[in-house]
Design a protein around this ligand. Structure first.
Ligand SMILES: Nc1nc2c(ncn2[C@@H]2O[C@H](COP(=O)(O)OP(=O)(O)OP(=O)(O)O)[C@@H](O)[C@H]2O)c(=O)[nH]1
Ligand SMILES: [Mg+2]
Ligand SMILES: [Zn+2]
Length: 311
């Protein structure tokens, strides 16, 4: 019996690296024990540690027979079935959202939903604003400073990068070193291009500059993990349109906004939802350094979305 880590999953086969560093192509044993709590469309995800049998040692083909308990995982609504979850990756040290203000535009609502999901699964999150070369010296510059400030003050680390000018790449390497990191974000924000720029030995497939239109084109089709020469692993994922919320009740949303969590002990009521209760410390704080109006509006929007889903 061998043990290894899943680096790529297409749904029909899995690329597994064993402890000696050899690569195997594995399928799943029919009666694999799966985690019934997750109800996911994919039983095995990138980042999973598995035990497998060498079915054909010459051809390096194996059969996965068991998955180790996951330390954590991050899921989203299955793109094919709203009632099912899709595990994006497991056993992560951090989740990195690659965002862009333009080409394409990443909305604040999208960033907030991503951060909430990471909080929900107890995975530290970071926001990286890529394509800075398109921002520098333009009217977007002020907007970028404003948006970064929003997330920095909420307690998140943010970075600014460009694969064109190489700005921010050293800082990004620093942040990724010796960790297992997930990269997520809309299609076309430059996730795969960034990975290739961070470690030129890696050759993840990227969209062509010329034929990238910003609409409906997904270059990366399956999540894939890469080991980086400077230490650590990075998981490239297909672009996502929306981060559907699951596993969260509307009365719990407030727990996943760290800056609101810090304030709630000063609310008059223990179970204050910070919406229209008297003596609410959160509402009194809106618009100050401690809580931005933008983040509060996102909070209300998320609570509303979940309320609608409940009916
Ligand atoms: N101007 C500019 N373009 C960039 C930058 N980074 C990536 N791009 C371009 O953005 C386009 C999309 O890059 P990809 O790396 O394929 O994007 P992706 O996020 O991996 O997209 P999916 O795989 O579809 O999710 C390509 O044309 C890249 O050359 C950057 O820093 N500045
Ligand atoms: Mg890609
Ligand atoms: Zn309150």
């Amino acid at each position: 019996m061998l043990t290894g880590c899943v680096y790529k999953s297409t749904g029909s086969y899995y690329n597994v690296r064993d402890e000696q560093g050899a690569w195997w192509i594995c399928r799943i044993r029919g009666k694999l024990r799966i985690d019934k709590d997750i109800r996911s469309t994919n039983p095995i995800a990138v980042g999973d540690f598995v035990r497998f049998e060498a079915e054909d040692p010459e051809e390096k083909k194996g059969v996965i027979v068991d998955i180790a308990q996951r330390e954590n995982y991050i899921v989203r609504v299955s793109p094919h079935n709203k009632n099912q979850k899709h595990i994006i990756a497991s056993n992560l040290d951090q989740a990195v959202l690659i965002a862009t203000l333009t080409e394409p535009k990443t909305s604040l609502g999208f960033i907030d939903r991503f951060l909430l999901t990471a909080e929900l699964y107890h995975i530290p999150a970071v926001v990286v604003f890529n394509k800075y070369d398109l921002i520098r010296g333009s009217a977007w510059e002020e907007e970028l400073a404003h948006v970064r400030g929003l997330y920095e003050r909420a307690g998140y680390t943010t970075l600014v990068t460009s694969t064109v000018s190489s700005e921010g790449l050293d800082a990004f390497r620093e942040l990724l070193k010796d960790k297992k990191s997930l990269l997520s974000g809309h299609s076309g924000v430059g996730k795969s291009t960034l990975i290739n720029a961070l470690d030129p030995r890696i050759q993840a497939r990227t969209g062509e500059v010329s034929d990238w239109t910003g609409k409906g084109q997904h270059t990366t089709t399956f999540a894939e993990m890469f080991d980086m020469a400077f230490g650590g692993s990075i998981i490239d994922t297909p672009g996502i349109k929306e981060f559907g919320l699951i596993d969260v009740l509307k009365q719990e949303v407030k727990e996943y906004f760290p800056e609101m969590r810090r304030l709630q002990q000063d609310c008059r009521f223990n179970d204050c939802q910070h919406i229209n209760e008297p003596g609410c410390a959160v509402k009194e704080t809106i618009g100050t350094e401690a809580l931005s109006e933008e983040r509060y509006i996102s909070y209300l929007g998320i609570v509303d979305t979940i309320r609608e889903q409940e009916y």
